[in-house]
Ligand binder design. Structure first.
Ligand code: AMP
Ligand code: MG
Length: 350
């Protein structure tokens, strides 16, 4: 039974103030608390937040898609498309789905753009080092040289017109670990948008994509990890709307032996972890896939070459953090970045 005595004061209030009260009581859609979903996939903790009526359904669909990306591109599963590429290497072209061919083509495109610094065919090296797995170890020089002979992005052959792809040489092993999270982030963003969601936050480890502005209209504030401090300590803040931010760094996965840090971003030219002149590279651009491939590739290229490459790319900005505590931004960074950690300096250019 409805208690009319209790409702009476509210009804009188509504009558007295008419629509105004209704306006104040009913929150605007953007101020509803978000729906959120957290799960583990692609080797990282994933947190999705979205505002809007369709959000719960959209997030559920997003999780399935991320898990599907993991199944298709995991370098640990022989049943994945990565596993198939490895098994068919040097033998024959194999048919793949349009989405997988898209990822292969993109991986190849960024390998070319970074002149091989980003290389999706370095799987033999990743496996040898095993960084971030229980098998991680410092391999011998001979092992590294042998694995290096199987690396070469030009051997990833994609034939969209025939719907096939292959690795040209026997023994070659693909690794999409430097790009799959970004690809998945874009998929999630597109799913949220297709459900009419215009505000959301996609956080996949070092990869973040924001939809629109924060509820209330202000840009999102994204903290940039201080590579010298524990996770969650920031060195500065980016203010962003509707874009992706991807960071690659030497602090994400590594082991240490005799005081030397061996981290997970490998230089395809030497077979060893890339030089640690840089502690991290953060890329700001629309698509997380582009940000992901570039962040990994730029880390390998290093400050000077990396900066030059980004300044020649449309719609891409980057922040380089060096081991001597400098933060260097491309020309569009000062407008959106604030340094908050006094032990670093900030400048633009090289
Ligand atoms: P990210 O965290 O995006 O920089 O990606 C690092 C992961 O990508 C590693 O764990 C490897 O699986 C793979 N990877 C390492 N070095 C490279 C490289 N130079 N090019 C492409 N992928 C790489
Ligand atoms: Mg990457």
């Amino acid at each position: 039974m409805v208690n009319t005595k209790r409702l009476l004061p509210l009804l009188l209030l509504l009558l007295a103030f008419g629509g105004f009260v209704v306006f104040v009581i009913l929150p605007t859609p953007s101020s509803f608390s978000p729906s959120s979903l957290e799960f583990y996939a692609l080797g990282t903790f994933i947190r999705l937040q979205a505002w809007g009526k369709q959000a719960p359904k959209a997030l559920e669909e997003a999780q399935k898609t991320v898990e599907d990306v993991e199944r298709r591109f995991s370098r640990f599963s022989p049943l994945s498309d990565a596993g198939t590429l490895e098994q068919k290497a040097g033998q024959e072209e194999h048919p793949f789905s349009e989405e997988s061919l898209f990822l292969f083509s993109k991986a190849l495109e960024y390998a070319q753009r970074t002149e091989g610094a980003f290389d999706p065919t370095l799987g033999a090296l990743t496996r040898l080092w095993g960084i971030g797995t229980p098998e991680e170890r410092l391999p011998s020089e001979e092992e590294i040289q042998e694995a290096l002979t199987t690396v070469g992005h030009k051997d990833l052959q994609v034939f969209p017109e025939r719907g096939t792809a292959m690795l040209a040489r026997k023994g070659q092993i693909p690794d999409f670990g430097g790009i799959a999270k970004g690809y998945a982030g874009d998929q999630v963003r597109d799913i949220l948008k297709s459900h009419g969601i215009s505000q959301g936050l996609i956080n996949m480890g070092g990869n973040i994509t924001v939809l629109g502005n924060k509820p209330g209209g202000a840009p999102w504030k994204i903290g940039i990890q201080n590579p010298l401090e524990p996770r969650g300590a920031f060195l500065g803040i980016l203010s962003l709307s509707g874009t992706s931010v991807v960071t690659s760094g030497n602090y994400e996965r590594y082991f240490e032996e005799e005081g030397i840090r061996y981290h997970h971003i490998l230089d395809p030219r030497t077979g060893y972890p890339a030089s640690q002149e840089l502690l991290s590279v953060t890329v700001v651009c629309e698509d997380a896939l582009e940000g992901d491939a570039l962040a990994t590739g730029l880390y390998v290229l290093g400050l000077s070459e990396g900066m030059e490459l980004v300044e020649n790319l449309e719609g891409v900005e980057a922040l380089f953090v060096t081991s001597d505590r400098r933060v260097l931004g491309t020309s569009g960074i000062p407008k959106i970045f604030m340094l908050t950690q006094g032990s670093f300096t900030f400048e633009t250019g090289r």
